[in-house]
Design a protein around this ligand. Structure first.
Ligand code: PDD
Length: 286
């Protein structure tokens, strides 16, 4: 029997059940989900999952897509159409489809997807009777910011914080108060002693292509660079602060949390590097 999925108001065969390529779940992991057990065609702990779903949506400020009663009808109908007696029901709610931009889209309805799968309870019983094996690994959720993954939900929340504060970018810092990077950029300062600084690239930040290009330019320009982390306080006292990315080039930040940086105008180093980055990249574009 072919499986049926619920997608935004329609029940569709799995092969035709799709969301848009700019669905934010797909592009940013900007989505939440629940998995229910299904026993004898009925949902296990309906309220426990509904409560957590509501909480997850509220925490991420994703609009509640429908009432609990309406959602229950969709869940039941998906079970019925898939003739699931024992199995699991999967629900995913994303922030919806919108042109790619880290910050939340305005007036965008969430995407709702529900799928159901049959499970042969006897298999689980057989394994449980025998017992199962386990392994251990360090918990790296998510310590691998060097990988350019689409798991960008923390970045989305940081960018949204910037937007809500009327700012362009949010610099993120670690547990030591040291700036890691921007929500979608690498971060730099010209410190109070005039030294250009940016964090070294380890697992905790993305090795920006723009950053790498800039390192070469900086060496050519004869500007001294210190690849060393800087604190939020150092950034606020810095002569210049700027961020870099392929989409942003070199963007001076003239305030941080409302504190004016330098004289409140783009500084000479950021201005020079921006010009040079644009000129060189345009010239060498192939
Ligand atoms: N972002 N750090 C993060 C977290 C980024 O998402 C990006 C780029 C950078 C800069 O990388 P590059 O110089 O290679 O563009 C650093 C892109 C532009 C984006 O997500 O839209």
């Amino acid at each position: 029997m072919s499986r049926v999925a619920y997608v935004n108001g329609n029940y569709l065969p799995h092969s035709q059940a799709t969301v848009h390529i700019e669905d934010r779940g797909y592009q940013f992991a900007d989505a939440v989900y629940e998995v229910w057990s299904v026993f004898d065609g009925r949902l296990g702990d309906l309220d426990g999952h509904m409560t957590r779903l509501h909480r997850s949506l509220t925490e991420l400020k994703i609009p509640i897509p429908m009432t609990k009663q309406a959602l229950k009808r969709v869940l039941d109908e998906t079970i019925r159409r898939n003739r699931v007696t024992n199995g699991i029901l999967y629900l995913q709610v994303s922030r919806g489809t919108a042109p790619r931009d880290h910050a939340f889209p305005i007036d965008t309805p969430p995407s709702v997807v529900v799928t159901a799968k049959r499970i042969d309870l006897r298999k689980g019983e057989a394994l449980a009777a025998k017992g199962a094996a386990g392994v251990t690994r360090p918990d790296i959720r998510w310590g691998r910011c060097d990988i350019k993954t689409v798991g960008l939900l923390p970045n989305v929340l940081a960018k949204q914080a910037a937007r809500e504060a009327g700012a362009y970018e949010c610099l993120m810092y670690d547990e030591m108060g040291l700036v890691t990077e921007g929500s979608s950029t690498n971060a730099w300062i010209v410190d109070e002693n005039g030294k250009l600084r940016t964090r070294d690239t380890q697992a905790n930040i993305l090795r920006g292509v723009t950053r790498t290009q800039l390192l070469a330019m900086i060496a050519e320009e004869g500007v001294e660079l210190d690849e060393r982390p800087f604190s939020v306080e150092e950034a606020k006292r810095a002569r210049e602060v700027f961020v870099t990315a392929s989409s942003t080039f070199v963007m001076p930040l003239v305030s941080l949390d409302g504190t004016r940086i330098g004289d409140g105008k783009p500084g000479p180093i950021a201005t020079r590097l921006r010009e040079r980055y644009i000129d060189d990249t345009r010239r060498d574009a192939i």
